[in-house]
Ligand binder design. Structure first.
Ligand code: BG6
Ligand code: MG
Length: 215
């Protein structure tokens, strides 16, 4: 492909915040009186905060009104923000920094395409804000993955056609979003869980710019 831009999901691709999301959702489920497993959590990856809450409440067989939902989402977010406050560059996942540097040196643009409204806090903590040309996060979009909006906005702000962009994703919803947007997609994580990606790697240290150009 004629590679001109790379769009990275943040949580679970650049940094291991997926574990903090899980811890906070699990705590909420425990307070509501039911168990929430790592397997249950797979369905929440890449999904917006409110949609994640809906999935979790369904799992617990709990139905609440809109006001209560807002309160529960705020409670979870408070715990989550407590966990991500004070993050350091030590928590950047293997290979992320080297790949970003390699892309930069070849003139390939980079963007964040994340559903999270906390992306700014995380990027600040890990010191990677300046490594990205464009940041699209949960504050800039109205439709959650698997809708392609977040990635299409990323391509648009980089002024690139979707066909010249590759997306990196650890969530199935994100892979579907990339494909729906007409982009190539590299899955990051378990190939048994990430289907339809053009390739799947355990982390970003397993990928080179040359391999991306060959997609
Ligand atoms: C995504 C995560 O990046 O952001 C989801 O994979 C999360 O698990 C979503 O629910 C929204 O994040 P936040 O920080 O706005 O609650
Ligand atoms: Mg993710």
């Amino acid at each position: 492909m004629d590679l001109k831009g790379c769009i990275f999901d943040l949580d679970g691709v650049i940094v291991d915040t997926a574990k903090y999301h899980f811890m906070a959702w699990q705590r909420l489920a425990a307070e509501l009186g039911f168990e929430f497993t790592e397997e249950d959590n797979e369905a929440l990856k890449g999904v917006s905060r409110m949609e994640s809450l809906e999935i979790l409440l369904r799992k617990g067989g709990i139905s609440v009104g809109e006001k209560e939902k807002e309160a529960l989402a705020a409670l979870k977010n408070g715990w989550y923000v407590g966990l991500i406050t004070g993050m350091t560059p030590d928590e950047i996942l293997p290979g992320s920094l080297d790949l970003l540097k390699a892309l930069g040196s070849e003139g390939i643009l980079t963007a964040i395409g994340s559903a999270s409204k906390n992306a700014g806090t995380i990027l600040q903590g890990i010191g990677l804000r300046s490594m990205f040309d464009v940041i699209i996060d949960g504050n800039k979009i109205t439709r959650a993955k698997p809708d392609p909006e977040v990635f299409l906005k990323g391509a648009e702000e980089m002024k690139l056609p979707p066909s010249s962009c590759v997306v990196f994703e650890d969530a199935q919803a994100g892979i579907e979003a990339a494909l729906a947007g007409g982009m190539k997609c590299v899955g990051v994580g378990n190939p048994e869980l990430l289907v339809r990606a053009d390739m799947v790697v355990p982390d970003l240290s397993f990928i080179t710019v040359k391999q991306l150009r060959n997609l």
